[in-house]
Design a protein. Structure first.
Length: 367
């Protein structure tokens, strides 16, 4: 529990702490708090259009969940083809003169398409491209495309997949309550990394439902599908406890957690104001979905997102995230001998140093 915010630990130790308490129950809080905004019935937020055929809105996200995990998955033949032809694609890409930007874009698009089919190919891409990080490589255009690709800046947000999510229900023999907790993870965090926080809420509220969601691309379809999974879990919990007041507590981590929370708010509003969810292709256990202001009991900002981060710190964070991939790619680029492994380790260190150092060509491109 050492990673939990100090305030949360203080509250958890207090005998009378209840994160699900309605602030309006306190006279002083009720007097100071402004009236909750009324939901807008006609305005549709960025969480999705009401049009049933939308390609990446929240309604399409629910339909994707209903199709099951195999929806959109690549076939074995597609995976084999992407792997088999990848070396030729790399040869073609790296043979193009750096001044021929249009040809580079076309060739890189084919490489990126193969990487989208089989993610492990990104390591092979960096094994080939790590030498571009040297200041003397003289290939800023190709390096820029590689950096943008690694950071997801060129990815199509309408067709990416879901990251890991999990719904933790009360243990057998424990009566389920109407309390729901959303844990929204940070960049690079895993479900296991949030396990201690989930256990804390389970200890405080044995009957609660805990939804855990790892990070995904901001404003992407994959993230929207994860939000749909959380909203569905909450609706199912509340429909199973019709006599209890629905309560939601959100615990978000860092910038990625805030991205997910914004997506949930937008999606929730689109669902709560939709006149006919069934016609929109959305199956929820609780219809209508109650407005967010009726169920939200609190938001915990853990490692709170930074709205005034400097450009230098932002770029350093970006190159450090790429450095992890480069280091991993280099560590596998050897012939299996001890000498080869040592050489790969040294090459990886050199590449990472070139990437994050003061004279980094990658930093120059990002600036």
């Amino acid at each position: 529990l050492q990673s939990l915010p100090h305030l949360l630990l203080q509250c958890a130790m207090a005998d009378d702490w209840d994160p699900f308490a309605d602030p309006s129950d306190e006279p002083s809080a009720a007097a100071a708090a402004p009236a909750p905004p009324k939901p807008e019935k006609e305005k549709v937020s960025a969480g999705g259009s009401r049009r049933k055929g939308g390609a990446s809105d929240i309604f399409a996200a629910f339909r994707r969940l209903d199709e099951g995990p195999a929806a959109g998955a690549q076939t074995e033949d597609e995976l084999a083809s992407a792997t088999r032809d990848f070396g030729l694609l790399l040869d073609s890409l790296f043979s193009i003169d750096d001044s021929n930007v249009d040809a580079l874009r076309d060739a890189f698009a084919r490489v990126a398409e193969a990487c989208a089919v089989r993610g492990a190919l990104n390591l092979r891409l960096w094994q080939r491209g790590k030498d571009l990080l040297e200041e003397s490589s003289g290939r800023p255009n190709l390096l820029g495309m590689l950096i943008d690709h690694s950071l997801g800046l060129t990815a199509d947000p309408t067709c990416n997949g879901m990251s890991d999510v999990r719904v933790d229900l009360p243990p057998e023999g424990c009566k389920a309550s109407s309390e729901v907790v959303f844990l929204l993870g940070w960049g690079g965090g895993t479900l296991a990394d949030m396990q201690d926080v989930a256990e804390l809420y389970r200890e405080l509220f044995p009957g609660c439902t805990v939804f855990l969601s790892t990070n995904n691309m901001k404003q992407s379809f994959g993230l929207r599908c994860q939000c749909a999974a959380g909203i569905r879990a909450a609706a199912q919990t509340w429909s199973s406890n019709p006599d209890d007041e629905p309560k939601l507590l959100v615990h978000l981590f860092s910038n990625s957690g805030m991205h997910a929370w914004v997506e949930i708010l937008q999606s929730w509003n689109a669902l709560a104001t939709c006149p006919d969810l069934e016609e929109a292709g959305v199956a929820l256990h609780l219809v209508p979905l109650p407005p967010m202001e009726k169920v939200l009991r609190g938001v915990v900002m853990d490692s709170a997102c930074d709205s005034i981060i400097t450009i230098d710190a932002c770029i350093q964070s970006l190159v450090q995230s790429v450095a992890a991939v480069v280091s991993l790619a280099a560590s596998f680029d050897h012939d299996g001998t001890n000498e080869g492994k040592k050489a790969a380790e040294l090459a990886g260190r050199r590449a990472v140093a070139a990437l994050i150092g003061d004279k980094s060509a990658a930093k120059s491109i990002l600036y």
